[in-house]
Ligand binder design. Structure first.
Ligand code: MG
Length: 249
């Protein structure tokens, strides 16, 4: 779809589209895709204080800035300065909507660890409620590469595995550029993500192939310029704290 959208455009754009296509030589969830090397990050620290122009989405006190998928109050548990996924209450999303942004999220996988592969500390940070950075406990836990911690789920593994052990706070710092669509709904430029996991660069301005899906890589579909940020209920009691965002539009 990216190729299709770009092919009619001359010169440089064609070359860029080809590069984007060439990046993705593996089929979705390919078990043969190599796992990235492990890099031990620096030790976990206290919450990273938000800069002056940040919008604080969660300061540890309440879920006032969040709802469930139906717009009803979010039902995740809040205690001791964090929120925790309550299984089957559903994913939660921000009341405010965002496009291009810098997002800081701290999270913790349950300890002791329970389950294997995708069933160990699974959650997710979705930009625009569509594009997922995977939350998973991949500290000594094997899964398919494009579904591991900090993967752009189903599309790109992180450059390295910078996981801390379960029970320790971890951080994602994400720079997100939303996709651009023309008035007919055609793709003008794909979504891009730069991601740091525990301070380690794991995606450098990566072009997404389209929306996040399971066992599929669907094409882009035109959508609003701003949509909620959401956190996934995948059934595991993953914790989050200190979530803030800076708008970059
Ligand atoms: Mg997930």
């Amino acid at each position: 779809m990216i190729r299709k959208a770009f092919l009619p455009v001359a010169g440089v754009l064609c070359a860029l589209a080809f590069m984007g296509f060439a990046q993705q030589q593996w089929s979705v969830h390919d078990p043969e895709r190599p796992m990235p090397p492990v890099v031990t990050p620096g030790p976990a620290g206290p919450p990273v204080a938000p800069p002056g122009d940040a919008i604080v989405l969660f300061d540890g006190k309440d879920l006032a800035h969040w709802t469930d998928a139906k717009g009803q109050p979010a039902r995740w548990r809040v205690a001791d300065g964090h929120m925790e996924v309550v299984a089957k209450t559903g994913s939660i999303r921000t009341v405010k909507v965002f496009g291009d942004c810098q997002l800081h999220v701290e999270w913790m996988a349950p300890a002791p660890p329970k389950g294997e592969s995708q069933a160990r500390g699974n959650s997710g940070v979705f930009l625009m409620d569509i594009y997922e950075v995977q939350v998973l406990d991949c500290f000594e836990n094997k899964t398919y590469a494009d579904g591991m911690t900090a993967s752009l789920y189903g599309q790109f593994p992180p450059a390295v595995n910078a996981c801390r052990p379960p029970g320790e706070w971890q951080a994602f710092d994400i720079v997100f550029r939303r996709p651009r669509f023309d008035e007919q709904g055609g793709l003008v430029s794909p979504a891009r993500m730069t991601v740091f996991h525990n301070g380690v660069l794991v995606h450098d301005c990566r072009e997404l192939t389209g929306p996040t899906a399971h066992k599929a890589r669907p094409p882009y579909k035109s959508h609003a310029d701003k949509l909620p940020i959401s956190l996934q209920d995948h059934g595991d009691p993953v914790r989050f704290r200190n979530i803030w965002v800076r708008e970059l539009e």
